[in-house]
Design a protein around this ligand. Structure first.
Ligand code: 5GP
Ligand code: MN
Length: 315
């Protein structure tokens, strides 16, 4: 299947991804946006997404993204990328009104939604999957760059186990366009502001191991975020840092999003299916990387998660 076959007669198209968009989400959404502008010059194409982090300013036309969702437009087609429609946030009413709904994703927890559903959990990233839904002759340097960003962010720069021979082939084809990929990797993935580095250090320093040191957890509350003057966008990478601790099977990082409400990120080395744990609490993701939002004190939340993780260890 090529995505254009599903869009042929559409005059007005919306594209969106999940709340708190990560690199794969931003790269996929912008890659498809730039691509459809070339494929369908007569169509109106709008992108709805929470404002991406500043690191993504290197993506062409990133400021075309609409982060205000109060529109009365009805779209012929709505394309949801990198999530099931349950995490569209305030874009969901626009999705519900659309004539045709397309869902393209790689999350194992996505059971398939919409009129056309392309969910391939063996794909490293939605961006990689999307590349194979595009006509190669229409891809240019700016589209390639957006897709590349999606792939490197979801694979931790091609080092996670979700990286497949196909991932590397696609990346090989993308870097032929000649963009400065080492700079993209440095500036979008590794580089941190001083404050981001400080709060990461704090989270790592205060982390605690439990369950015979097979799990590690760290929590950042709102007071701490205020103290370091950071937002949730500044906390990326902390859970991965925790996962790097020798001997750890499962890393948990949580930050406070509201009164007794925490966003939970989990990472596993493969011995725990963290997607299954997240799904139990209304979230989702992949076997080795998943998340959910939970209410309660952080001790309550750790207890709840521990029970699920311990059950898996017993198996
Ligand atoms: P992160 O921990 O980086 O926020 O997310 C890890 C993976 O789990 C990502 O693929 C992300 O899309 C997914 N994920 C995180 N939180 C949620 C959630 O609340 N619901 C669902 N369905 N997926 C989530
Ligand atoms: Mn993804």
């Amino acid at each position: 299947m090529k995505i254009i076959d599903e869009l042929k007669d559409a005059k007005i198209i919306a594209i969106s991804g999940h709340i708190r968009p990560d690199g794969d989400c931003v790269g996929s959404v912008m890659g498809l946006y730039l691509y459809l502008q070339k494929e369908m010059p007569g169509a109106q194409i709008d992108v709805y997404l929470d404002k991406p982090a500043d690191i993504f300013d290197c993506i062409s036309h990133i400021h075309d993204i609409k982060s205000e969702f109060n529109t009365d437009r009805t779209y012929d087609v709505f394309v949801v990328l990198d999530t099931a429609p349950d995490r569209l946030g305030d874009a969901e009413p626009i999705y519900q009104r659309a004539g045709k709904k397309i869902n393209i994703d790689h999350h194992i927890s996505n059971t398939g939604y919409g009129d056309v559903s392309v969910v391939e959990p063996e794909r490293s990233s939605t961006a990689e999957l999307l590349y194979d839904l595009m006509r190669p002759e229409m891809i240019d340097e700016e589209i390639a760059k957006a897709i590349y960003i999606g792939i490197i962010h979801d694979t931790g720069v091609l080092r996670y186990s979700n990286t497949s021979p196909r991932t590397l082939q696609v990346v090989g084809e993308l870097i032929k366009f000649g963009f400065d990929f080492p700079q993209i990797i440095e500036e979008t993935f590794y580089e941190k502001t001083y404050r981001q580095t400080q709060i990461m250090g704090r989270a790592v320093a205060e982390s605690v191991r439990f369950m015979e040191d097979r799990c590690i957890v760290s929590v950042i509350d709102r007071r701490m975020m205020e103290f370091y003057q950071v937002t949730s966008k500044d906390l990326d990478g902390i859970v991965n840092q925790l996962q790097s601790v020798k001997g750890v099977d499962c890393a948990i990082f949580m930050y406070e999003t509201g009164e007794s409400e925490y966003k939970v990120s989990m990472r596993s080395n493969g011995n725990v299916d963290v997607s299954a744990v997240a799904v139990k609490f209304g979230g989702g993701g992949h076997v080795r990387a998943a998340g959910c939002t939970l209410n309660g004190t952080y001790q309550d939340i750790i207890n709840k998660l521990s029970i699920e993780i311990a059950e898996q260890f017993e198996k």
